[in-house]
Design a protein around this ligand. Sequence first.
Ligand code: FES
Ligand code: FES
Length: 158
Amino acid sequence: MKSTYRFRLNGRPAALESERDATLLWALRTQLGLTSAKYGCGEGLCGACVVIVDGRAVRSCTTGVAAIAGKDVLTVEGLAAGGRLHPLQQAFIEHGALQCGYCTPGMLLSAYALLRRNAAPTREQIVAHLDGNLCRCGAHQRIVAAVESAARQLEGRA
Ligand code: FES
Ligand code: FES
């Protein structure tokens, strides 16, 4: 049986009419047409599907839509503001921190969650935090460099 779930999506009120066991990833991609979050493993292991829920990085492939009722959801579609890319997006471009780009939305939002709670992470902290986000293209070095650069930018240290 379907139920209606109300929440905020990228700063705007949103509603989903879904089966209780539908995943957030499926609902975002199929019902709402937001395809930034990717299906990788479907088992919470690769990080390709990460979105932000109430400020925390969440694996949308293993999160039911019922769990987001009343919450704030952020996807990469909502990361840029005022016509400007988020400093993380800009840094990923400047550092060439992607090849195929499949892992990029999850990497961006995992890094976003890290910088929300630790504005000046060490390289080791960035590496540890992104350990659960897999990049099959092997772009990890450039991804870490981009996150370091964005942190400096956000803190006004760049
Ligand atoms: S698709 Fe969700 S963690 Fe891999
Ligand atoms: S850029 Fe291809 S999986 Fe990371």
